[in-house]
Design a protein around this ligand. Structure first.
Ligand code: SF4
Ligand code: SF4
Length: 372
């Protein structure tokens, strides 16, 4: 049965497959308990701390977990999107039925069900821990899973199943050189503060998400994080891109991804900042929806990236955005104008202050004006 499942999964485009038992992952519960401050959002809603580490919460009859690895770095990413949108987010790893990756998930679930198994995946499975225990990867100090020969640019799917499958042998849990700290040094916010320890509340990727789509993601991004976000709009790859275990992949010569090449200009922050609802729903959301369903969060992040660019040519665009109907977009445009700090920005901010009705935006404008 294990061989049949593996063959089918490889046939439909997954790159590796492993099996482990459905026993809980007590180390995960312990790690989350120890770092409650950063992970308090986990205990909101369905993702209870005690449950997230137990495949039987997802499927009470679970006896095994099938882990599927998908290598998402098979084509070259457009240079314009480097340090702007994370590779994983460009790779459309979404479960939607009409998307390619979602169709793979549907096919493998149907296949397992045809073999007489029940299959569970929601609300969440401990995918990274399952991949390690199923022997299909090892941890990096940056908390990502490294698949042998593929590095960390992999998507992981873990399915709880009722069938009894032979578990694979776990490899060493990490293969990082003892003295390597490059990922920690590359992290601009200090989110990665020790090997294997990351504070999501300081992670750029987490801060780019939208609350409501991702539990705990902030509505308001702390000011010091905004500055350190640099040009990132969605996700962040810095601690993976700095890693020696990924260099071979990063240096490979690949054919450009034709779809992303076409999309790249449409994802520029200058375009996203003042996009209308139709553009967002028809052009952006189908590609990037993941953890950010509402347009205003993408606009917020675009404003931050433009502010951090220091580019004076962005001032008129921010001048338009400071009149947006969304309070959040006005507030972050004010921040960005203050960050750019040119004479043109000051005039726009003063004029916006005279007609602003929201206390939150007024506060941002006043703080932005302090920069002059
Ligand atoms: S994704 Fe970025 S911000 Fe988050 S831990 Fe890695 S380098 Fe730090
Ligand atoms: S940068 Fe070094 S320590 Fe960090 S994940 Fe890569 S090999 Fe491990």
């Amino acid at each position: 049965m294990e061989r049949k499942i593996k063959e089918y999964a490889l046939d439909i485009g997954f790159d590796d497959v492993g099996f482990t038992t459905a026993d809980p992952f007590p180390q995960l519960t312990q790690a989350l308990e120890q770092r409650k401050n950063g992970y308090s959002w986990v205990s909101e809603g369905l993702l209870q701390l005690a449950h997230i580490a137990d495949p039987r919460f997802v499927l009470p009859s679970a006896k095994s977990v099938v882990v599927l690895i998908y290598d998402y770095f098979k084509q070259a990413y457009p240079p314009e999107l480097i340090n702007s949108i994370g590779k994983a987010y460009q790779s459309r790893l979404y479960p939607g039925k009409k998307r390619l990756f979602g169709s793979r998930l549907r096919l493998i679930k149907e296949y397992l069900q045809e073999q007489g198994m029940e299959v569970g995946v929601r609300p969440a499975m401990p995918e990274r821990q399952a991949a390690i225990r199923a022997g299909v990867g090892t941890f990096g100090c940056n908390t990502f899973v490294y698949s042998p020969g593929r590095g960390s640019y992999v998507g992981i799917v873990a399915l709880a199943v009722s069938g009894e499958l032979e578990p694979q042998m776990q490899q060493a849990s990490s293969k990082c050189p003892d003295d390597c700290r490059r990922c920690i040094e590359a992290c601009p916010t200090g989110a990665l503060y020790e090997p294997f320890k990351m504070d999501p509340l300081r992670c750029i990727a987490f801060n780019t998400y939208g609350p409501g789509n991702f539990p705990g993601a902030p509505d308001d991004i702390p000011r010091d994080i905004r500055e350190k976000m640099g040009s990132w709009i969605y996700g962040c790859d810095l601690c993976q891109d700095a890693c020696p275990r990924n260099q071979k992949r990063l240096q490979q010569k690949l054919v450009p991804d034709a779809f992303l090449k076409e999309m790249a200009p449409k994802l520029a922050p200058t375009v996203l900042l003042n996009m209308d609802d139709r553009y967002y729903h028809e052009t952006i959301q189908p590609v990037l929806y993941g953890y950010m369903w509402e347009k205003k969060f993408m606009q917020r992040n675009a404003a931050i990236a433009l502010g951090n660019s220091g580019d004076e040519t962005a001032v008129p665009l921010l001048g338009e955005a400071i009149e947006d109907p969304q309070e959040m977009v006005r507030a972050y445009s004010a921040w960005a104008l203050g960050r750019i700090g040119r004479a043109g920005s000051k005039k726009i901010l003063e004029s916006a202050l005279s007609r602003e009705v929201s206390g939150r935006v007024e506060e941002e404008i006043v703080l932005a004006l302090d920069n002059f």
